[in-house]
Design a protein around this ligand. Sequence first.
Ligand SMILES: [Zn+2]
Length: 321
Amino acid sequence: MRYCFVLIAFLLAACSSAGQAKTAMESTIDRKAAALEAAEAWAERQPHWVEPFEPFRIIGNLYYVGTQGLAVYLITDYIGHAISGAEYAAVVIDGGMAGNEQIIIDNIAKLGFDIKDVVYLLNTHAHFDHSGGLAKLKTASNAELTAAEGDVSALEGGFYLGFEQQTEYFAPPVTVDKSFKNDEDLLIFPIGNAALTGVVTPGHSRGCTSWRLSIEDNGEEHEVLIFCSATVALNSLVPKQYDGIVGDYRYTFETTKEWKPDVFLANHPEVFYMKETREKQKAGDPLAFVNRGAFQRYIRAKERAFERALVEQQAAASDQE
Ligand SMILES: [Zn+2]
């Protein structure tokens, strides 16, 4: 870890002198090129992230359009001609990794929709494996990108917050059209009488956003949660990946205490056994993705893992003093 920070300091120093002569446009291009190179390396390490997957309807108007290893969601609804003259409008949540875009666009088409019908582009969090495809999807759709304030700098800068100079975590920079604050629920998109709501569940990233919606399927309402993440993963708690990270994780564990969705989904499909569940659905169970209780089991395990990681990182830091 020490070595990492020395390296970052060195890179920062090197970049600040070399970067002075560059315009903002050139540095965006550099970042994009570096991000695409990084994505190719990730594709070799995590081949399932770039492996296509047959798109399918999860429940109601909610569809899976991601790859085998990175989830991307499409929500559609008829809303008349209120938005951009479209007969129906669609929302896409997440962009997968850079390089996933054509798979996502093709998946949307296979379901009978069009990327151009997407009017809102949303994100669970600004890490390259979920935000890397947003820039191209935005160009292809002309959709408006809305994101939590805490993730705007990382989305627009194309970096992982706290690892600003580590090229392996770069994502193509993307402009955010609208942002919202951590303490505001964001009503985005009417679906029948309900709405898609963004709730910031920070920690894994500063603007990590979980998406909640009520979906009607066959006359029955189902509460759906597309959860951001609460894993520690690459994040450093000591020293802090970003200011306030420890409090943010705890806020998320507290906020989600009462959440008991009927359908629990996430941006890494393994979290909710996407492939196995899809097989069950194909075998004739239309409510295969109803998994009440799964989220509470998941989030409580993540809370214990977080507290363990914090103790371990604190101990490691005091050993070095
Ligand atoms: Zn992440």
